[in-house]
Design a protein. Structure first.
Lengths: 204, 385
C-alpha cells in the first residue's frame, strides 16, 4: 500500500483500489452491528429505568421514522429530505452555534493576564481579534494619525493580524505538523513490525 | 461621359482589389500553431497523451484552438471542446491504451477561419511504474524510516533511552485514581477519526493502558464511539486488557457503545453523558474538529480532570485552554512507548528525534544557501507533486 503511493501504474493503482474496496465492504456490516448495540443500550436504559430513560423512546422513534421513510423510498424522498432539512440540520446548527458561547467562556479563562506569557497571549489575541473586524483598522487609523507615520502604516491592524498569522502562528503550526508526521511514520513502523500491538488489545 | 464612367470603374476596381489584398494579407498573417508536440503524459497510468504548442501573442488574431486526433481510417477528427486562445496544452484522456495516436492543433481566427499545424508524430501512452515528481518524498521516506528502524535495532540491547517527562501521560494514573476515590466513572472519547486514522490508533493504545488500570481499580470506563468499526475494535481491545489483568468479570460490554456517526449529534450525546453521569476523569484523545471545544468546555464545567490529545493542530488551542493536560501532536504518538517503557518502542522515539534533527539541519542549510544566492535545495523541495 505504501509503494502504491509512489507508483501511478494501472496495476499498482488497481491493487490500491481493490484493497480500499474490501475495506469499504466491512463498513455496512459494522454499521448494522453498531445499530444493534445502540438499540441494546437504550433497551437496557428503559429496562433499568436509569435517569432520563424516557428519552430512549425518542431514539427508537427517530430510528423507526427514518427507516420507514428512507429505506423503501430512498434518500431523495421528499418526506425524508424534509425531515433531514428541518429536523437534523437545525439541531446540528444549534449545537454548532453553541460553540460561540464556549469560545467566549474559554477565551475569558485563557486571556486573563496572570503572568507574562498570559499577558503576551492577551495582547496577541486582541490584535488578531481587532484585525478581523473593520473597527480594528478604524481604531488604528485614528491612533496612527496622531503620529508622523500616518501614511507609512495604513490599515496596520489588518497588517499586524496577518503578520502574526503568517509568521509566528504558521511557524508553530508547521513545527507541530512536522512532529505529527514523524510520529505517524514512527507509529506505522512499530505497527508494521509488530512492536506495538496494544491497539489489538494484548501485549504492550 | 464615357471617360468618367471608365475612371469610376477603374477606381471601384482598385478599391475592391486593395480591400481584397488587405483582407487576404490579414488572413495569411495567421500562422499555424508552432512547435506542436504530443507526448505520453508523464507520471500517469498510461491513460492520457499531452499535446503542447507555443503560445501566441494576444493580437495574433487567434481566438481559440481545436484538437484533432487521427482515426483508424487515417483521417483526423476534432476531439473535445474548443480551447481558449491562451491555452497551450491539452491532455487527451479519451485514448485507447496501447494504440498510437497523432494530433493536429487547429487555430481558429476571428473570422472563424482555421489554420492547421503540422501533424505530430505518433505516440503511444504507457503507464509509469514510478512517479518521478515524488522522488523527494520517496527519499525523505527512506531516510526517516531508516533512522527509526536503525534506532529500533540499536535499542534491542536494552540501551537506556531518555524520554522527557510528558505531564499529560504522567497524569493518567492521577486521573484514574481520582475517579476511583470519588466512585465515579471515567469517560474516554476517541474523537471522530476512523479506525485507519493514526490518531485513533494512538488513542486506542492509550485506552488499552487506561483499561488495564480501570480493571485493577474496578472503575467504570465508558467509551462512546462514533465509528462502527472503531466500536468493534475498542470492545475487543478493552476486553483483552481486562483479561490480561485477570479481571474479565469487571468488563462490561454495555459501557462501550455506538452513539452516532453525526458530528454534532455525537457532541450532544457525549455532553449529555457528561452532565448526567458527571465522570471524574475525561480523556479526549484522537481526531477532533469543531466539536472539540464543546466537549472540553462541558467537561470543564462539571469539574472533571481532563486529559486531551490530538494531532489536529487547529483544535489544540481549544483543548489546551479547556483541559488540564494536553498531549500536543507527536506526544499522542509517543504515548504507547512512554506508558509501556518497552525498549524497542522507546528506540523508535529516538529515531523520530533524528528525523527532527535532519529536518532542522535541512532548514538551516536551505536558509544559508538562500542567503548566499543558491536556491537549488528550495527548488528541489518545491518540485514535490
Amino acid at each position: 500500500m505504501l509503494l502504491t503511493q509512489f507508483s501511478p501504474h494501472s496495476l499498482s493503482q488497481g491493487i490500491y483500489e481493490e484493497v480500499l474496496n474490501w475495506a469499504r465492504i466491512i463498513t455496512p456490516f459494522a454499521l448494522v452491528f453498531s445499530t444493534i448495540t445502540l438499540l441494546q443500550t437504550h433497551i437496557t436504559r428503559i429496562r433499568r429505568q436509569t435517569e432520563h430513560w424516557q428519552y430512549s423512546f425518542l431514539v427508537f422513534a427517530g430510528i423507526a421514522i427514518m427507516v420507514v421513510v428512507g429505506i423503501p423510498f430512498g434518500p431523495q424522498n421528499p418526506v425524508f429530505e424534509w425531515l433531514f432539512n428541518n429536523v437534523q440540520l437545525p439541531m446540528d446548527a444549534t449545537m454548532f452555534s453553541l460553540l460561540a458561547f464556549f469560545i467566549a467562556s474559554a477565551a475569558y479563562r485563557a486571556f486573563r493576564a496572570r503572568n507574562l506569557e498570559a499577558s503576551l497571549l492577551l495582547i496577541t489575541a486582541v490584535i488578531v481579534m481587532l484585525g478581523n473586524v473593520p473597527v480594528g483598522d478604524l481604531i488604528w487609523n485614528k491612533l496612527i494619525s496622531l503620529t508622523p507615520w500616518a501614511d507609512t502604516y495604513p490599515d496596520g491592524s489588518s497588517w499586524m493580524k496577518q503578520w502574526i498569522l503568517d509568521n509566528p502562528n504558521l511557524s508553530a503550526r508547521r513545527g507541530i505538523i512536522l512532529g505529527v508526521s514523524l510520529g505517524v511514520i514512527s507509529q506505522s513502523i512499530r505497527i508494521i513490525l509488530g512492536i506495538e500491538r496494544s491497539y489489538l488489545g494484548g501485549g504492550d | 461621359m464615357t471617360y468618367n464612367k471608365t475612371i469610376l470603374y477603374i477606381v471601384a476596381c482598385t478599391i475592391l482589389f486593395l480591400y481584397g489584398t488587405i483582407a487576404f494579407s490579414q488572413e495569411s498573417e495567421t500562422s499555424p500553431p508552432s512547435n506542436v508536440t504530443a507526448m505520453d503524459t508523464p507520471n500517469d497510468d498510461g491513460s492520457s497523451i499531452t499535446v503542447t504548442w507555443d503560445t501566441v501573442a494576444e493580437d495574433s488574431g487567434i481566438v481559440g484552438y481545436k484538437i484533432l486526433r487521427n482515426t483508424d481510417a487515417g483521417e483526423f477528427e476534432e476531439i473535445g471542446e474548443q480551447l481558449e486562445a491562451n491555452v497551450s496544452e491539452y491532455k487527451d484522456k479519451d485514448i485507447i491504451k496501447g494504440k498510437e495516436h497523432a494530433y493536429i492543433v487547429r487555430a481558429i481566427t476571428e473570422t472563424e477561419a482555421s489554420v492547421d499545424s503540422l501533424q505530430t508524430g505518433a505516440v503511444r501512452a504507457t503507464g509509469q511504474w514510478f512517479h518521478s515528481g515524488k522522488i523527494q518524498l520517496f527519499i525523505a521516506m527512506i531516510i526517516f524510516c531508516g533512522a527509526i528502524l536503525g534506532s529500533i535495532y540499536l535499542s534491542r540491547n536494552n540501551q537506556e533511552v531518555f524520554v522527557r517527562r510528558i505531564p499529560g501521560l504522567e497524569a493518567v494514573d492521577e486521573a484514574i485514581g481520582r475517579a476511583t476515590e470519588m466512585g465515579r466513572s471515567i469517560l474516554y472519547v476517541l474523537g471522530l477519526g476512523g479506525v485507519s486514522g493514526p490518531a485513533t490508533i494512538a488513542s486506542m493504545t492509550i485506552l488499552g493502558q487506561v483499561a488495564r488500570r480501570t480493571a485493577d481499580y474496578e472503575t467504570t470506563l465508558r467509551v462512546p464511539c462514533n465509528d462502527p468499526i472503531v466500536l468493534n475494535v475498542v470492545r475487543e481491545m478493552v476486553k483483552a486488557s481486562y483479561l490480561d489483568e485477570g479481571r474479565p468479570d469487571a468488563y462490561s460490554e454495555e459501557d462501550i457503545f455506538f452513539l452516532t456517526d453525526s458530528q454534532f449529534a455525537y457532541a450532544a450525546g457525549v455532553d449529555g453523558m457528561m452532565l448526567r453521569e458527571k465522570p471524574a476523569a475525561i480523556f479526549l484523545q484522537g481526531t477532533f474538529y469543531a466539536e472539540s471545544l464543546i466537549l472540553a468546555e462541558t467537561g470543564n464545567s462539571i469539574g472533571a480532570i481532563q486529559i486531551a490529545g490530538t494531532d489536529s493542530e487547529h483544535q489544540l488551542p481549544f483543548l489546551i485552554t479547556a483541559c488540564d493536560y494536553t498531549l500536543i501532536g507527536e506526544e499522542l504518538y509517543a504515548a504507547s512507548a512512554y506508558l509501556s517503557k518497552e525498549p524497542m518502542q522507546l528506540g523508535s522515539l529516538r529515531g523520530q528525534d533524528w528525523g527532527k534533527v535532519l529536518i532542522f539541519l535541512t532548514i538551516v542549510f536551505g536558509v544559508f544557501l538562500e542567503l548566499i544566492g543558491v536556491n537549488w535545495i528550495t527548488t528541489f523541495l518545491q518540485r514535490v507533486s
